[in-house]
Design a protein around this ligand. Structure first.
Ligand SMILES: [Zn+2]
Length: 175
């Protein structure tokens, strides 16, 4: 493991904010994405800071350290995202899908902004998903690219399923 270069080193405030996110991955704001009235209420509560839109659907910004919303990338999937206080952009996000019937979970494309990497955000985010959905066996969808392989081997330690690639079951949208 290499140290980040000086020019990407976080200042103390940023580093402390990341430590807070890692330690409080259970503080999750949730928006179902299925209830229009609730979405409208959230829009009101967040004072119209109706947030970044990259395609469909609109993903609300809930103002909590972590949030759980519909995925903007995969139809019918959820997205777990971490934000620094006051920051407009996420520092970590991962899409996920679960099937309670098969007791399976999938995560796809966890992404940490480069300067915030190697500080445990991905590990904390994935662990929080497992806590929220106990008893599942966890997988990824695609084959792991070479640069991601080491990450998944480490992340999958002691995790049922080990985040090994597995095709979607027929009960949930494949995105
Ligand atoms: Zn299933």
């Amino acid at each position: 493991m290499t140290e980040p270069d000086d020019d990407v080193r976080l200042d103390e405030q940023q580093a402390a904010a990341v430590r807070y996110l890692v330690a409080h991955a259970d503080q999750v704001g949730r928006a179902s994405g299925r209830e229009p009235m609730r979405e409208a209420l959230l829009l009101l509560l967040t004072r119209g800071r109706w947030p970044r839109r990259h395609g469909w659907p609109v993903v609300p910004r809930l103002g909590t350290p972590w949030q759980d919303t519909v995925s903007a990338e995969r139809h019918g999937w959820r997205c777990r995202t971490a934000y620094l206080p006051g920051a407009a952009d996420m520092v970590f996000e991962v899409d996920y899908q679960i099937c309670r019937r098969c007791r399976l979970g999938w995560v796809e494309q966890p992404y940490t902004l480069p300067r915030y990497q190697r500080r445990g955000l991905a590990r904390a985010g994935l662990a929080a998903l497992r806590v929220d959905h106990p008893g599942l066996t966890w997988h990824t969808l695609g084959q792991h690219l070479s640069e991601g392989r080491a990450f998944w081997i480490a992340a999958g330690q002691d995790v049922p399923g080990g985040y090994r690639p597995r095709a979607m079951c027929p009960h949930v949208p494949s995105g």
